[in-house]
Design a protein around this ligand. Structure first.
Ligand SMILES: [Zn+2]
Length: 303
């Protein structure tokens, strides 16, 4: 019985891979973020036997070439050879996949992108991430970072125009002006602070936007414009059939509609219908994607 995990900063969700390829979620436990031994014990306690493989979706960067993970909000995994250490500690095969890649794989295999050639799944939440699946195959790319469109210093406030009033937002990757820094939920809060000098949560901003509050509308418009500009370049580059969205902001249908309209207005192809849409696995893409990856890696037929 292959056990699958979705490991985030707060919780470890887990479940067993079913014969039909889905994962039946069986529970969640708090992530022991600071204690490696407690982390290993938590994983072990969620497995049904002592030798079957496990598959992990990890909310952080994972480099398959080195086996090292970078997970800032789970210190006991950060900058550690997680794959080797886990295989040794648990004495069983371990598969690790980045959570955005897991989500994209789930969407392309059994979600909004099923049967489509190019699926670019994106995460809009506390950060901005993404995963690319072409012809059913996850594109990992050099260093395993394909799809990570959130980083790169593309927001330049000195450009003026619609960027007037914004600031140089520092990003966790060490650069300034990344989409991750400006267009995540935290980014929306930073833009609001820049434009209106008020520190409020993204939830409060979008609620006020729904109520036609002018300040919130200005913030959301600027935020969505920046996001759509970056996304439009990717759309022209990759030619996705669909862009399923996961993450906390995916639950706001009006926000996704706004991004969809703005993005499609900037791209060369005429889609004639929605391109950016909430993913079928917006709430459990990590776990389901870990299951699909496990089926491909650990079963002979991949079916
Ligand atoms: Zn960055």
């Amino acid at each position: 019985m292959i056990t699958c995990f979705d490991i985030g900063g707060s919780f470890i969700r887990h479940g067993a891979l079913q014969e039909n390829g889905s994962v039946a979620e069986s529970g969640r436990v708090a992530t022991p973020g600071d204690d490696w031994n407690a982390f290993v014990a938590a994983i072990s306690a969620c497995t049904e036997d002592s030798h079957s493989p496990i598959s992990i979706s990890l909310a952080g960067a994972f480099d398959e070439r080195t086996g090292f993970a970078e997970v800032a909000n789970i210190p006991c995994l950060d900058k550690r050879p997680v794959l080797e250490d886990l295989q040794t500690a648990l004495d069983r095969p371990v598969l690790i996949i980045n959570d955005a890649n897991a989500f994209a794989l789930a969407e392309a295999t059994a979600g909004t992108g099923r049967g489509k050639a190019v699926v670019f799944g994106i995460i809009l939440g506390s950060g901005v991430g993404g995963g690319l699946v072409i012809d059913g195959k996850l594109v990992k790319g050099f260093g395993g970072i394909a799809g990570e469109w959130g980083h790169g210093p593309v927001v330049d406030p000195t450009a003026g125009g619609q960027l007037q009033g914004l600031e140089h937002y520092p990003c966790g990757c060490g650069q300034t002006g990344c989409i991750d820094a400006a267009c995540s939920a935290r980014g929306m809060e930073r833009i609001h602070l820049s434009l209106h000098r008020r520190a409020v949560s993204s939830t409060e901003i979008t609620s006020a936007w729904h109520a036609n509050d002018p300040a919130a509308t200005a913030t959301v418009e600027a935020w969505a414009t920046l996001l759509s500009r970056a996304l439009s370049v990717l759309v022209n580059t990759l030619g996705p059939d669909v862009i399923p969205v996961s993450g906390g902001l995916a639950n706001d249908g009006a926000l996704l509609d706004l991004i969809d309209r703005k993005s499609r207005a900037l791209v060369l192809a005429d889609y004639g219908g929605p391109l950016v849409t909430k993913g079928r696995f917006a709430d459990n893409g990590g776990l389901q994607g870990a299951g699909i990856a496990a089926r491909l890696a650990f079963t002979e037929t991949g079916a």
